[in-house]
Ligand binder design. Structure first.
Ligand code: DAH
Length: 355
């Protein structure tokens, strides 16, 4: 029985099977227990010798069971550890993440360039009134230039701003000179959509007002921006143009060395005295002092979409706002793949003002 029992214990492949073997030999009705029960019928001497023998067997089997149980438990644990093992040194699964839109990146880049020149970044409203979008910018209702910009009118008589120039008026209305601001933002035109026209697009406006500001300052600012955006060798060209809110007005282009051609970027000019007068009128109506008459300043407005189209060879402006990830993710849109130093600099929030 001893041999048989030890073999059964060793042969038990699972804890369950071992439990069965244990019951069979050492349980209340087990074989070893049954042997102990026969002791009563023996003579005292014999009983003592036989009792010791059976108890020794019992102890040996209990020890064997305990040992086998420990082995089986360890094996079960090892199997579990092996099957559930996690290699913490494997690279993690990268979840797709959002990114900055290509136009946002250009606006950040531009904002940062001008902030480094001491400009303040200002954002403004997109729902505007005629006064700030047109009249105060020397574009009264009878002015032919007003036909050049097709406007989305709202039912309450307001409009969606057709350019970021509205912020020239808004800012001067509540701030005194000297001032240097840039305004990134969305603008709206009621136009047929095609490869170069969208009914919503972005502009980047600049305004500098002070004492004795000249066209040379304007040229300096645009040249500085061009060098920062397109490299040290970038050249800027100004050509006379007409904008009601400037006198004189000029379009500017940047020499795109890589493609060996001029890239028309935007409009600019010296702030028209009528704009200063209109702003002072708006201030006076608010009980604020007239501080703009006699001042000089320059302004400019450019198209970030155009910069992106030329820089990245984007053939159609409608790609920008179509929200097609196949387009958007081409511009290092997945921030998780970028190290912070590769990201475009963020405008310093402390300088940012929303009106
Ligand atoms: N607002 C003009 C436009 O939308 C762009 C512009 C031209 C802005 C000349 C200016 C400027 O500030 O001086 O076409």
């Amino acid at each position: 029985m001893r041999e048989e029992a030890l073999a059964a214990i060793q042969g038990a492949a699972t804890l369950d099977a071992l439990g069965g073997v244990k019951t069979r030999y050492l349980g209340k009705n087990g074989l070893v227990t049954a042997q102990l029960k026969t002791l009563g019928s023996l003579a005292p001497d014999e009983r003592r010798a036989r009792g010791a023998e059976i108890n020794a067997l019992k102890a040996e089997l209990e020890g064997a069971v305990a040992e086998r149980e420990a082995t089986l438990r360890q094996e079960a644990l090892n199997a579990k550890l092996a099957s559930e093992a996690i290699d913490v040194t494997l690279p993690g699964v990268k979840l797709p993440s959002g990114g900055l839109h290509v136009v946002t990146r250009i606006l950040y880049e531009l904002s940062d360039i001008f902030e480094s020149m001491g400009y303040r970044v200002v954002e403004g409203r997109e729902v505007e009134d005629e006064t700030h979008n047109f009249d105060a910018l020397n574009m009264p209702s009878w002015h032919p230039a007003r036909d050049l910009q097709d406007t989305f009118w709202l039912e309450n008589g307001q409009l969606l701003r057709t350019h970021t120039s509205n912020m020239q008026v808004r800012y001067m209305e509540t701030h005194e000179p000297p001032l240097k601001i840039v305004v990134p933002g969305r603008v709206y035109r009621y136009e047929a959509t095609d490869a170069t026209h969208e009914s919503m697009f972005h502009q980047f406006e600049g305004l500098v007002v002070g004492e004795g500001i000249t066209m040379a300052d304007l040229k300096g600012a645009i040249s500085e921006m061009a060098r920062a955006m397109f490299g040290r060798g970038a050249r800027v060209r100004f050509q006379p143009s007409y904008y009601p809110f400037t006198e004189p007005g000029a379009d500017f282009a940047i020499w795109w060395d890589q493609e060996q051609r001029w890239l028309e970027l935007g409009g600019s000019g010296m702030v028209h005295p009528n704009v200063f007068r209109a702003v002072d009128d708006l201030r006076a109506a608010k009980g604020l002092p007239r501080v703009y008459e006699g001042k000089t300043g320059f302004a400019f407005g450019l198209g970030p979409n155009r910069i992106a189209m030329l820089r990245y060879g984007i053939p159609d402006i409608r790609y920008f706002y179509g929200n097609d990830l196949r387009f958007l993710t081409q511009f290092k849109g997945d921030l998780s793949n970028e190290t912070p130093s590769e990201l475009p600099p963020l405008p310093r929030d402390t300088l940012k003002e929303t009106m």
